[in-house]
Design a protein around this ligand. Structure first.
Ligand code: TYD
Length: 342
C-alpha cells in the first residue's frame, strides 16, 4: 500500500510514519507537511533516508498539489491539523482553514481517485463528559472550543462525503496523547520542559480537570488498524483508560524529574475549559483487537525520560524559536506575572 501521511513531520504523524515503515515492509509512505511552528524535519531524521519514504513540503488545503500527489497513492491518513485549544481561542480562523477546508481538499482527492481516507480526530468532539460516563461513538457531538468545533466540522465533512459520494472514509477519535516529540505547548511537554528549566508550572484553575492519557506509539498503532480494517463510514474511539486529574499529572512529572511541588502555580483558567473527557473504547477493542500495552506510569516515564535525554530537540524550540517565545508570552505572560517566569 502507498499511504499519503499528511502532517508527517508532526508529533503523532511522525510516530505513524515510523510505525508503518517498521511494521509493513512492503508499504511506501509519502509524507506531506506544511512545516508550520509545530512540525519539524527533526521528527523524521531517521526516516528521511529510507527508500520507502518520500517527503513533500506543502499544504493540505492546496488543491493543485493534492491533485498531483493523488495518482501515486492508495490511501490518505490525515494528521495535518491545528491542534492546540489555547491557540484556537486566540486565532479561530487558522483552525477552520486547516481542520475543515484542508480536510475537504483531501476528501475531494479521495473521492476523485477512489482512495480510502482516514481522518485523525479527537475525543474533544464529544465536549465535556460527566464523571461516571463514557462517550460511545454514537454519542452526540458537542464541541465547545474553536479547536474541537473545527475538528467536528472536518469529521462531519468526511461522513458527508461517505454518504453523498460513497467516498471510503474512516475516523479515529483519540484521547490525549503523550510521548517523544510533542511540541512543548501541550500540558505534559510544557510542564516537563518548564520543570527542567526551573520555571513555574501554570495549572489552569483548580487543576482538577480530568484527561485520559495514552502513548503516541499506541495511538499510531490504533490508527493503522483502523486505516487497514476499519468499516467505511465508522468512527472509532481510541484511548488507554488512564484517567488522571491535571494536578496528579503535574505531581508525577515533578516526582520523575526530582523537582519540588512548589513549582506548581494555579493561574487563570482557560475560558470554556472542558472539565472531563471520558471515552468508551469497546468498539476498537472488540472489533479490531486493539490493546494498549503500557500502563500510565510507563507512558508518563517514557515521555519524561525522552525530554530529559533530548535537550537539544526542545531547546531549539524553547530557546531559539521566536514563535514559541511569542506564544508563551501571550498565553502565560499575565497569568504568571510576578511569579518569576525566567
Ligand atoms: P492540553 O495539553 O492543552 O490538551 P487538551 O486541552 O486538548 O486536553 O491540556 C490538557 C489539560 O491541561 C487541560 O485540562 C488544560 C490543562 N492545562 C493547564 O492546566 N495548563 C497549561 O499550561 C496547559 C497547556 C494545559
Amino acid at each position: 500500500m502507498r499511504i499519503l501521511v499528511t502532517g508527517a513531520a508532526g508529533f503523532i504523524g511522525s510516530a505513524y510514519v515510523r510505525h508503518v515503515l517498521r511494521e509493513h515492509p512492503d508499504d511506501e509512505v509519502l509524507g506531506l507537511d506544511l512545516l508550520t511552528y509545530a512540525g519539524t524535519m527533526a521528527n523524521l531524521a531517521e526516516e528521511r533516508d529510507n527508500p520507502r519514504f518520500r517527503f513533500v513540503h506543502g499544504d493540505i488545503a492546496d488543491a493543485d498539489l493534492i491533485a498531483r500527489l493523488a495518482p501515486d497513492i492508495d490511501a490518505i491518513a490525515n494528521f495535518a491539523a491545528e491542534t492546540h485549544v489555547d491557540r484556537s481561542l486566540l486565532d479561530p480562523e487558522a483552525f477552520a482553514r486547516a481542520n475543515v477546508i484542508g480536510v475537504m481538499t483531501l476528501l475531494d482527492a479521495a473521492r476523485r481517485h477512489g482512495l480510502r481516507m482516514l481522518q485523525v480526530s479527537t475525543d474533544e468532539v464529544y465536549g465535556h463528559v460527566p464523571e461516571g460516563e463514557a462517550a460511545r461513538e454514537d454519542a452526540r457531538l458537542s464541541p465547545r472550543s474553536p479547536y474541537s468545533a473545527a475538528k467536528a466540522g472536518g469529521e462531519l465533512m468526511c461522513l458527508a462525503y461517505g454518504t453523498s459520494y460513497g467516498t471510503d472514509v474512516v475516523i479515529t477519535r483519540g484521547a490525549n496523547t503523550i510521548g517523544p516529540r510533542q511540541y512543548p505547548e501541550k500540558l505534559v511537554p510544557l510542564f516537563v520542559t518548564n520543570a527542567l528549566l526551573d520555571l513555574p508550572l501554570p495549572v489552569y484553575g483548580d487543576g482538577r480537570q480530568v484527561r485520559n492519557w495514552m502513548h503516541v506509539d499506541e495511538h499510531a498503532e490504533a490508527i493503522d488498524l483502523v486505516l487497514r480494517r476499519g468499516r467505511p463510514g465508522q468512527a472509532y474511539n481510541v484511548g488507554a483508560d488512564n484517567e488522571r486529574e491535571n494536578l496528579d499529572v503535574a505531581h508525577a512529572i515533578l516526582e520523575r524529574i526530582g523537582k519540588p511541588r512548589s513549582l506548581i502555580h494555579h493561574v487563570e483558567d482557560r475560558p470554556g475549559h472542558d472539565r472531563r473527557y471520558g471515552l468508551d473504547t469497546a468498539l476498537i477493542r472488540d472489533e479490531l483487537g486493539w490493546r494498549p500495552r503500557r500502563d500510565w506510569r510507563q507512558t508518563l516515564h517514557d515521555t519524561v525520560d525522552w525530554y530529559v535525554a533530548n535537550l537539544e530537540w526542545w531547546r531549539a524550540i524553547r530557546e531559539h524559536d521566536h514563535r514559541f517565545q511569542e506564544y508563551y508570552e501571550r498565553q502565560y505572560g499575565e497569568r504568571l506575572a510576578g511569579v518569576g517566569r525566567g
